[in-house]
Design a protein around this ligand. Structure first.
Ligand code: R5P
Length: 362
């Protein structure tokens, strides 16, 4: 598994020369602590388990502690964080799911819990604090619509995270290139590509299969996927006539002799994009079967309905996603859905960052 985008500046161990251009996050030697807010506990506990295995394999005598559910709400709805153990001198990886479809908590509340948690660790002496946010909410708000006078909200989120006290960020397949918003701290922006390459390896080198990007934003990702599997690729262009509506007006690519399409995207929200694209592929490009790989599934009910319709009427054969967001029961129950866990892979990244092992080699 490798990181994508600009190469993050890797943490430097105290006995190694600093690589120069970072606010260096020196290796913590007070032990490793994985913590999670309530919404992210399903992730944090598994990451800790993975790190313990890796530490045991390496015969490390370093401890791997886990602290879950560190936040709660007072009856007036304020959030409070309490640390039941001393995090002084530790390398703390704080995990959170910012979007939690089946809970009462909204993105903003999960975010607030996270900021308060980071601040608690900062004030109580953690040596370095790494944010582990597999799904980086607000990353879509990176390119304000000028006519509507929108702010660059992802920049605000980055500012808040930095101000709370993070020393680094681990995330997976963010919607936009977020590195630039986080100043000099390292951003480990990981790829989900290897998951999809493995998942769709049965299509390798098949001349009747084509990989399709739903929009230019996904083009590089899809082209890399196509190159890896030795299949050709195509790009759709889409626009949004209204908020949360998607129209695919053109697909650029050679569909001669193609019968199977694999669509890859960073996220599915309302399902409008995948719905418009699958219909166009079937109706205009005569594609007979379609697969969809998507890193983040927001589990919104309209998307679920659209996926069910595409499965029954348009030969959508399979959907592959990850557990970057806790998946809803109704999505898990879909017979054509497959959810790949990020635990092993992200646990390994945490372990490598803690021990200053280059993440690019994961
Ligand atoms: C957009 O640029 C993204 O890459 C996704 O295609 C989009 O967010 C999906 O949203 P929806 O499912 O609401 O069409």
């Amino acid at each position: 598994m490798s990181a994508t985008g600009e190469k993050p500046v890797l943490p430097s161990a105290p006995d190694k020369p600093d690589r120069g251009n970072s606010r260096s996050i020196e290796s913590g030697r007070g032990g490793l602590l994985i913590a999670s807010c309530r919404a992210g506990s399903y992730l944090g506990a598994r990451f800790a388990e993975r790190c313990r295995h890796l530490a045991a394999d390496a015969c490390s005598c370093d401890t791997v502690d886990y602290l879950g559910d560190i936040d709660f709400r007072f009856s007036d709805s304020e959030t409070c964080v309490r640390l039941e153990i001393d995090a002084g001198g530790k390398d703390v990886f704080v995990c959170q799911a910012l979007h939690t479809p089946e809970s009462q908590r909204c993105v903003d509340q999960n975010l607030m819990s996270f900021l308060i948690a980071v601040r608690a660790f900062r004030e109580w002496g953690a040596r370095r604090i790494i944010a582990v946010l597999p799904y980086l909410a607000y990353a879509r708000q990176d390119n304000p619509t000028r006519l509507k006078r929108e702010p660059t909200t992802v920049k605000l989120i980055a500012d808040l995270l930095l101000e709370s006290g993070i020393d680094g960020l681990i995330t997976i397949h963010p919607h936009s290139k977020v590195h630039g918003f986080f100043g000099k701290i390292p951003v480990f922006s990981l790829e989900s590509l290897p998951i999809f390459i493995e998942e769709f390896s049965r299509f390798r080198a098949r001349s009747d299969v084509i990989a399709v990007a739903p929009d230019p934003g996904a083009a590089k990702f899809v082209a890399e996927f196509g190159r890896n599997l030795e299949i050709s690729s195509a790009i759709a262009s889409k626009y949004r006539p209204r908020r949360e509506e998607a129209v695919v007006h053109e697909i650029i690519g050679d569909f001669e002799g193609k019968r199977t399409a694999i669509i890859l995207d960073d996220m599915i929200s309302t399902g409008g994009t995948i719905h418009a694209l699958v219909k166009k592929l079937v109706e205009e490009r005569k594609i007979e079967e379609i697969y969809f790989g998507v890193t983040h599934n927001l589990c919104i009910s309209t998307a679920l309905e659209k996926l069910i319709e595409l499965h029954s009427r348009y030969n959508l054969r399979g959907v592959v996603t990850t557990d970057s967001i806790p998946q809803s029961g109704s999505f898990i129950g879909l017979p054509f859905a497959n959810i790949r866990s990020l635990s092993e892979f992200m646990g390994e990244i945490i372990y490598k960052v803690h021990y200053d092992i280059p993440v690019m080699e994961v």
